[in-house]
Design a protein around this ligand. Structure first.
Ligand code: HEC
Ligand code: HEC
Length: 161
């Protein structure tokens, strides 16, 4: 085989692989969307899930995430500082999947202080929040068994007693 034909074949193979890969990604994304699978990012899950639940991005608007990401060294009394690369990746992920509308569009630094959150939980007895197994309203998984999967459906709620 002469050299130029070899080069051309190589080009064709590279393009074919690249196209297959791109289609694979698109198909995967479309499937995740149709199944309603919660958005995920490995860096976010590891860094923002180490002290508490990695709160789903769609529960706060982009402006809130921007503010939270800008204040990590003094994060609700904790130091949650990150290296610049991780912070940039997580910030972009949070903003890309941020919430809007009635649930998720309300600017606040805490999900637990938004009006929709308070309304949805107004039937929870005050003593339930103070239960040692709950401690704080921010401890979503204490009552929402599916919180890690982004599932807060009211049929899967169990308040510890
Ligand atoms: C070093 C521990 C630590 C890390 C790491 C951390 N947090 Fe937090 N975070 C806290 C504490 C402590 C609170 C307050 C919890 C409470 O009130 O019970 C909090 C609260 C929050 C709240 C408000 C919860 C509410 O009340 O609705 C959000 C939102 C939040 N964190 C987002 C993040 C994001 C995004 C990251 C990753 C960039 C992150 N956190 C990483 C310690 C941490
Ligand atoms: C003390 C237990 C408890 C904690 C902690 C808690 N929840 Fe809930 N949550 C409930 C209960 C009970 C309901 C169902 C209210 C009802 O029946 O309408 C609920 C309802 C909800 C709903 C509405 C579900 C629907 O189908 O409409 C969402 C969303 C939700 N919670 C998110 C959260 C998030 C996010 C956190 C943490 C930041 C959290 N919850 C913490 C007990 C809790």
């Amino acid at each position: 085989m002469n050299k130029t034909i070899q080069m051309k074949m190589f080009d064709v193979i590279v393009w074919a692989v690249a196209l297959l890969f791109a289609f694979g990604l698109l198909a995967g994304e479309a499937m995740a969307e149709s199944k309603g699978v919660a958005a995920a990012n490995a860096t976010w899950k590891a860094e923002c899930g180490s002290c508490h639940l990695a709160y789903p991005p769609q529960l706060l608007p982009a402006s809130s995430w921007r503010q939270i990401m800008a204040g990590l060294p003094r994060h609700f009394g904790a130091d949650a500082s990150l290296d610049a690369a991780s912070a940039a990746e997580i910030g972009a992920f949070l903003e890309r999947n941020a919430g809007s509308g009635r649930r998720g569009g309300e600017a606040a630094l805490r999900i637990t202080e938004t009006r929709w959150f308070l309304r949805k939980h107004d039937e929870v007895r005050p003593s339930a929040w103070n239960n040692p197994q709950v401690r704080t309203a921010a401890n979503c998984s204490a009552c929402h068994g599916g919180a890690e999967r982004g599932d807060f459906d009211e049929h899967a709620v169990r308040i510890p007693r």
